[in-house]
Ligand binder design. Sequence first.
Ligand code: F1P
Length: 291
Amino acid sequence: MSAIAQEIASQPSCWRQAIDLAAGVLPLPADGERVAVVGCGTSLFIARAYAGLRESGGGGDTDAFPASEFPTGRRYDRLVSISRSGTTTEVLRLLTSLDAAIPTVAITAVADAPIRGLVQAVIPLRFADERSVVQTRFATSTLALLRARLGEALAPVVADCERALGLALPHDPTGFDHFVFLGHGWSVGIAEEAGLKLREAARAHTEAYPAMEYRHGPISLAGPRSLVWILASPDPSLAEDVRATGATVRVTSLDAMVELVVVQRMAVALAEARGLDPDRPRHLSRSVVLS
Ligand code: F1P
């Protein structure tokens, strides 16, 4: 069994540990603070999901940025950085350049990684570290921690994840050569992460958009070999419009974090069907370290 398959299956247990951790004293944003969240790749998409949840839940202004695009002129009360490896160059460069007065915290899987020396506090998620280059459980455990901290009761989400892990995949991925993920609010970040999983693990062509943006151009690529996966949409008629292109549409009512686990499994299945090693994506390494 690949490392990623084992890591995907361990997510309910990791989420429980993250939820327990969230109940303790942690240097995470207080209500009302203006917060920036940064990361790269998967960590950026988790940052976007958290930002959407915190702000829509009334927690306070929350902006997510790729670490390389942080608007250094803006004032924030706290900066949260997410990096599994704690070595990603763009994240370290940003932290090195920041005004020392801004409280900074890093969520990482490696407690003694270089990021430790650049932030005021570290939240280590050692239990969620991974052998696969392709991130699954670190990302979702980070989100579980942050969601629990926002006050969400996640026990039903963990139970749904356990159930979803035991079900057959909703579609055979080998029937498609184009995958599109659509989200709304916080699930836009999850849609982006879902697309990245299929690109990284299975070299699939994928796209991701806010649901209402899909009809504004991207729908012209949809056809019988497309699977369009709607994580959330404010407009139920979107599914009909997409079906009219000949594409297969999946509409889900599951929590988007649980649905992401289904996509992770589909990415592994597609990689294996294509004869690829889902733990070792082409041209990728565990983190991007620039000289
Ligand atoms: C971020 C990241 C991964 C990506 C790839 C390169 O790593 O961009 O999301 O899949 O493996 O690194 P990190 O900063 O979270 O360690």
